[in-house]
Design a protein around this ligand. Structure first.
Ligand code: LMR
Length: 334
């Protein structure tokens, strides 16, 4: 549902949306605006650039992909609304940001410790369960094209975070996922939903004490400069669904769509081949920078985190759907 404020902010976008179909095809090139919130030098940023290059190649220049990184066009919540209105045609939001759209099942990806590693995750994103989740977007006027990896999250703050008790009372910035909210609450933290573009400043000024993200996001936003401690906990996964405005996508000429599908397939392979290395390198770079003290959980400490967060699965079953959780767990254990 659009608020009065967001409607006002998107007034120009609405006008554009109303005339979207006709001018897009009357012009020489079909313009596809691809908006995202992270830096160009991240797994998502690089994959978007690769898609741009391949899409223009495979459509023989019929399409012009305009990539807007770093929340230049829209912040988290606004970009979803802009996509539905047709003001942008393509996004790759984190899987943790689909709740406000009414597609709560995606929050299954946020359950703590649900994926042991990228292999386990891929059994979901590259299988039937992943396809079924993307199909749920159609009712919202959105088509899901692919899953792009980022990585496993670390926790950061200005105090050491070794045991679940260390989170007590800390204000932690989170994405909009209710699952993330639930596990932060379970740790005794005070979760605060905030757009990604505002996190650095909020950490710097003490509006929040800490946050979580894969190393690639932490490093490229320079969050390590304003966080004294970080724990490599790998307690949860952050990745993306690449999504398009369905009406726009379905209205594209067949040959153009074939070219774009091929480009998306290759950009996806690329994204998923670089994500782990990018995150490993970002972590190493932050360790070398020395502004944050990094700590890796021992097996025992990790077991204590898992035990503390275990009830979250059951508590969130009603919201996500017990059958979705079961389907993901079954896929992972295959
Ligand atoms: C965040 O808001 O922390 C992430 O979703 C940003 C992103 O797109 O990786």
């Amino acid at each position: 549902m659009l608020t009065r404020r967001s409607l006002a902010a998107l007034a120009g976008a609405t006008a554009l949306a109303l005339t979207m179909a006709a001018p897009a095809f009357a012009q020489d090139k079909i313009i596809i605006k691809f908006s995202h919130v992270v830096a160009p030098d991240t797994p998502k940023g690089k994959a978007a650039a690769r898609f741009e290059e391949l899409a223009e190649l495979y459509t023989n220049g019929a399409v012009d992909i305009e990539v807007y990184p770093n929340s230049q066009l829209y912040k988290d919540k606004e970009e979803m609304e802009a996509l539905q209105l047709g003001a942008v045609q393509m996004l790759a939001p984190s899987l943790a940001k689909f709740g406000p759209l009414g597609v709560r099942e995606f929050e299954v990806f946020d359950l703590p410790f649900i994926f042991a590693d990228y292999d386990a995750l891929r059994k979901v994103t590259q299988g039937e369960v992943g396809a079924g989740l993307l199909a749920k977007l159609e009712d919202k006027g959105i088509s899901g094209l692919a899953y792009w990896d980022n990585g496993f999250k670390i926790m950061s703050a200005n105090s050491p975070l070794k045991s679940p008790d260390d989170f007590l009372g800390l204000k932690m910035r989170i994405q909009s996922s209710k699952v993330i909210e639930a596990y932060m609450n379970k740790l005794g933290a005070v979760p605060q939903v905030m757009a990604f573009s505002e996190v650095y400043q909020a950490l710097q000024t003490g509006v929040v004490d800490g946050t979580e993200n894969p190393p690639s996001n932490m490093y490229t936003q320079k969050m390590n400069e304003v966080q004294d401690h970080a724990t490599v906990s790998n307690h949860g996964y952050l990745g993306y669904a690449v999504i398009v405005n369905k009406q726009f996508w379905d209205g594209l000429p067949e040959d153009v769509r074939v070219g774009l599908d091929k480009a998306m397939l290759e950009a996806t392979e690329y994204a998923n081949s670089i994500a782990k290395d990018d995150n490993d390198q970002a972590l190493a770079a932050m360790e070398a920078a020395g502004t944050t003290e990094f700590y890796t959980l021992t097996d025992e400490e990790r077991a204590a985190w898992m035990e503390a967060l275990a009830p979250v699965n059951e508590e969130m079953a009603e919201r996500i759907g017990a059958e979705t959780i079961a389907a993901v767990e079954a896929a992972v254990s295959q």
